[in-house]
Design a protein around this ligand. Structure first.
Ligand code: FES
Length: 108
């Protein structure tokens, strides 16, 4: 049997869609590249409060992008720009208060 991989601790996982239907202007990758600086220590691999992050080609919504979902809450944001991304990091990921006016769906 092969060896199982290990998982370092983390608190949240965010996914940004860079698919062509919701991000036709190609803004998502630039937003994604800003995350390490915005997250600071919350992006560090050995931080148990770490925010894992990833780009994905589709999240099954396909409009209103750039889109981002934050798990485990299952909070979905739409039309993300630089200013909103900064607010999401500071208000939601750091202070625990989602940016209500930019949410279009919640899991459950
Ligand atoms: S292309 Fe972004 S959700 Fe499908």
């Amino acid at each position: 049997m092969s060896t199982k991989p290990t998982m370092s601790p983390y608190a949240r996982h965010i996914l940004i869609c860079n698919g062509r239907y919701c991000d036709p202007a190609g803004k998502a990758e630039a937003l994604y590249r800003k995350l390490p600086a915005l997250l600071g220590e919350m992006g560090n691999y050995d931080n148990p409060c770490r925010v894992k992050r990833g780009l994905t080609p589709c999240l099954g919504v396909c409009g209103g992008g750039p889109l981002m979902v934050v798990y485990p809450e299952g909070v979905w944001y739409h039309h993300i720009d630089d200013a909103l991304l900064k607010r999401i990091v500071e208000e939601h990921l750091i202070d625990g208060q989602p940016v209500e006016e930019a949410i279009f769906h919640r899991l459950g």
